[in-house]
Design a protein around this ligand. Sequence first.
Ligand SMILES: [Zn+2]
Ligand SMILES: [Zn+2]
Ligand SMILES: [Zn+2]
Length: 342
Amino acid sequence: MGIGHDHDVTGGAAGAHAPGGLAGAQTAATAHRRRLKIVLSIYVTIILAEAIGSWLTNSLALLAEALHMAVDASGILIALIATYLATRPATKRRSFGMMRAEIVAVLINCLLLFGLGGYILFEAVDRWFNPDEVAGGGVILFAVVGLIGSGISLTLLSRGSKESLNVKAAFLEVMSDGIGAAAIIISGILNLLYGWNQGDAIAAAAIGVIILPRAFMLLKQAINLIMQGVPNGIELAEVELEIEKTHGVASVHSLHVWGLTSGVSVMSAHIVPDPDATGGVTHARLLDSLTETMRERFGIEHCTFQLEEADHLLHEGSMHRDLAGMNEAPSVSGGQDVGHSH
Ligand SMILES: [Zn+2]
Ligand SMILES: [Zn+2]
Ligand SMILES: [Zn+2]
């Protein structure tokens, strides 16, 4: 809490609002970078083992899993680069630095996943109609190696899964790898017991299918960030209510809450202070209590409040007036002087 946005910092705007401070430590994935590196090296080992295994046993499912894990590994690598970029200081050209590199990383990962899912399904259908002789024992052996590696990766990643889009992506990846490996092992057992070769095509298809819903989910999250949608876990109506409840606020309009990147929420709002508030709340005090409320109640680390006189709204564009409900009945009475003319 309270990262990079300390209003007690003396020395003026440079200290409190330097964009570098915002970009500095807030991307949640930073802490998981080291863990991701270990996972990455486990992956490379498994990919090599499964690729060799696929060649030795003639199993499409093992090849599918090796390719799948190669895409996973590249996803983790892209995530690593993105979290590194996100901590780079802001520049004069990019006031947010590269905080949104994570979204680009997730989109690239999605593209790779969709492509691979389609390819594996295509190959699996082909294998079903033209089954090859598969060495069941070897398939089981290499799949178990993959399963152990996935298990270790899963344990390493599980703690970060709630905090960052990319770590969550990686976590879901590893979990589905486990399911894929289980499918391969079952197909290997069926092959050993009954000499059934088409189980390999089914296991491969399962690996292809598992990829798709996760790819869609990631795409949805990334698009919500791009569209500047309200972040998951925050209700706009609650934010509005919380602002209206704050002592010294007469009304609020042009309220926006969005995510800069996963785990970093920002907001802006126009506030009409109540000049008749008991105790005579100064604008400075009002800003302090609003900012604290946003951080403590919603975890929003960077707020921008524009404090206005009630009749200022008449000078704003129709977009603001719509948001304030002025073209209908005023929702929150702020003593808006509709008769105010120029
Ligand atoms: Zn995977
Ligand atoms: Zn306004
Ligand atoms: Zn501020």
